[in-house]
Design a binder for this molecule. Structure first.
Ligand code: MN
Length: 229
């Protein structure tokens, strides 16, 4: 009996200890500049490392974030990503950044990053930003929104995995720079993924989930869903 209990305890311990805190893994070397030569290199974090003897300062360099992005799209926003795909030297460093540009009433629509927390710094304009906490344990308690209107010089944090957005409530363009603790944070945009997926989600699923009728779902699924990433 005691042995059985002890065995059960060990099983529970094993389960608890195997809970994964999966952020980007720590680097094992100074750098592994992402490289597209599958013949001669070893893979780290999914990318091949450029031969260190061939690595140049340019491999750690990205230019062009000073340029004004084109926000003439239905969302009125432009995101410029600087992740490992854009900057090889970021590979396996566990950091990344994005420039967020919003025209007046421009929106970075509700989305979440499965692999990173985000911190933004506003350099221009006025934006209303927020995130929604994950479900409270009591199903009768609504999810809390943490939102604020930001001005130049302000900083805001979006905890990993939480739904969040940025919306320009000013009369001029707004700009923010976002940093992530991942070289590849991933993005799930709520509206475009739910209503714009291919193949489409069964309309009855979305009708029930959103408390709307099936016709409305079919209408939403017929729209063109543009993402800005
Ligand atoms: Mn984000």
């Amino acid at each position: 009996m005691l042995a059985t209990r002890f065995a059960l305890f060990l099983v529970i311990l094993a389960v608890v200890c195997s809970v994964s805190y999966a952020a980007d893994p720590d680097p094992l070397q100074d750098f592994c500049v992402g490289f597209n030569d599958s013949f001669s290199m070893v893979s780290v974090n999914g990318k091949f490392c450029k031969n260190p003897e061939l690595v140049k300062p340019e491999d750690f360099f990205y230019s062009g974030l000073d340029k004004v992005g084109d926000t003439s799209n239905p969302l009125g926003s432009k995101l410029t990503q600087v992740f490992d795909d854009q900057l090889g030297g970021l590979n396996h460093q566990g950091v990344g950044m994005v420039k967020i540009e919003l025209e007046p009433k421009g929106l970075n629509p509700p989305h979440e990053h499965p692999r990173a927390s985000e911190i933004i710094f506003v350099s221009e304009g006025t934006m209303y930003v927020g995130f929604i906490e994950s479900n409270p344990s009591d199903p009768n308690v609504p999810n809390k929104l943490y939102a604020k209107t930001l001005s130049p010089g302000d900083v805001y944090v979006f905890p990993r995995g939480t739904l969040h957005f940025q919306y320009n409530v000013g009369k001029t363009n707004a700009v923010a720079y976002a940093s992530f603790n991942s070289q590849n944070p991933g993005v799930v945009t709520v509206a475009s993924s739910l209503f714009g997926s291919k193949p489409p989600v069964h309309p009855e699923v979305l009708a029930k989930a959103f408390q709307i009728d099936v016709k409305m779902v079919e209408y939403l699924q017929s729209l063109t869903w543009k993402r800005n990433n």
